[in-house]
Design a protein around this ligand. Structure first.
Ligand SMILES: NC(=O)c1ccc[n+]([C@@H]2O[C@H](COP(=O)([O-])OP(=O)(O)OC[C@H]3O[C@@H](n4cnc5c(N)ncnc54)[C@H](O)[C@@H]3O)[C@@H](O)[C@H]2O)c1
Length: 323
């Protein structure tokens, strides 16, 4: 089994939700984060936190040895698609070199399980519904560095007899019902941007492009509640620790358009919202949805929060509490 888990990027949005789930399951949780986009307020006080960078091999090696780490969940990364196009070296250094350094640090250690957060950005554009066997052809630097990370992990784990779970998340949204954690940084994320806008007196929701070849002309994504994503990590760890390794899509296999998200926000607030359609963003895919048959088979998974209004309400709650 597994007991002592180190989460890299554990002070971030998804990492803090995974920590909450693992603690509920009575695991010992250790977090390693350089707080570049992570936040002190997301650190669960029942975890042990190390302020460090994944590229510092000796520090990671020391933690892994001292605390008898048996499993790693590797989330630490730079993750803005737009930024990755402008700063490719940064993405290569953190997502590729950083991943290599983490692996180097666990060589000859007691780590037996390794879970990696990958992304749907590794798939070729224009496929709409993708299974794990769909064509891999990332269009962004971010996607390319994540795919490189996958390959490095697969090779290393096979060679060193470590079980791996590579999880390709689709679009993660929402916040924990505990009300203590949620998304802090504003980035490319639609739900976060709308929740922040909603705090203003006269909110204006912007739609990037209204003439995509989709049911209502706006982009379609497969959004998954962050608590469901966090739960998948625990279930995957429980399976792979029995000498299994796997690559899995993580989503709801359900396409939701930007318009539908906006309608749900409108429904869940009393504020009057103005909606403005502006120019398309470069690099945005029209539609991407996960085929999650493999995930469902592997962990006998049933999502708990597969409902747009629930995700939207949790985002609004978190934003209201934060302000
Ligand atoms: N949010 C999504 O929708 C989504 C979708 C697909 C994949 N992912 C992946 O999930 C993971 C977590 O993303 P998130 O949304 O929680 O983002 P986040 O920015 O909140 O979390 C990333 C964490 O990693 C830390 N970090 C970054 N560089 C580091 C370094 N060099 N050393 C140590 N710590 C470092 C940051 O401080 C932050 O706490 C990432 O690997 C990302 O690629 C996220």
């Amino acid at each position: 089994m597994f007991k002592n888990i180190l989460i890299t990027g554990g002070a971030g949005y998804i990492g803090s939700h995974i920590a909450e789930i693992l603690i509920k399951d009575k695991k010992k949780v250790f977090l390693l984060d350089n707080l570049s986009t992570g936040h002190k307020k997301l650190i669960n006080h029942k975890t042990k936190f190390f302020l460090s960078d994944i590229r510092k091999i000796n520090k990671t090696r020391e933690i892994v040895k001292k605390y008898k780490i048996d499993s790693i969940i590797h989330l630490a990364a730079a993750l803005s698609v737009g930024e990755s196009q402008k700063k490719p070296k940064k993405y290569e250094s953190i997502n590729v070199e950083g991943t290599k350094k983490i692996l180097e640090a666990i060589k000859t250690s007691k780590v037996r399980n390794f879970v990696f957060s990958s992304t749907c950005a590794v798939y070729q554009d224009g496929l709409s519904k993708v299974s794990e066997r769909s064509k891999l052809k990332p269009s962004s630097v971010y996607g390319k560095t994540k795919l490189k990370g996958e390959k490095i992990i697969k090779n290393f784990c096979k060679k060193n007899k470590i079980n791996y779970g590579i999880l390709r998340y689709f679009n993660v949204a929402g916040a924990s019902q505990s009300g203590k954690i949620g998304q802090v940084n504003k980035g490319d994320q639609l739900f976060k941007n709308l929740s922040v806008e909603l705090q203003k007196k006269k909110p204006i929701f912007k739609i990037y492009g209204g003439d995509y070849d989709t049911k209502d002309g706006t982009c379609i994504r497969d959004y998954i509640h962050v608590v469901d994503i966090a739960n998948i990590h625990l279930k995957v760890l429980k399976k792979i620790c029995n000498n299994k390794s796997i690559i899995l899509n993580c989503g709801y296999s359900k396409g939701v358009s930007v318009n539908e998200v906006i309608e749900s926000f409108k429904k869940n607030t009393k504020k009057k919202i103005k909606v403005k359609t502006i120019k398309k963003r470069k690099g945005d895919m029209a539609k991407i949805i996960s085929d999650t048959s493999k995930l469902k088979r592997f962990i006998k998974w049933k999502p708990k929060f597969n409902n747009l209004d629930i995700i939207v309400k949790s985002c609004i709650n978190w934003e209201n509490k934060k302000n």
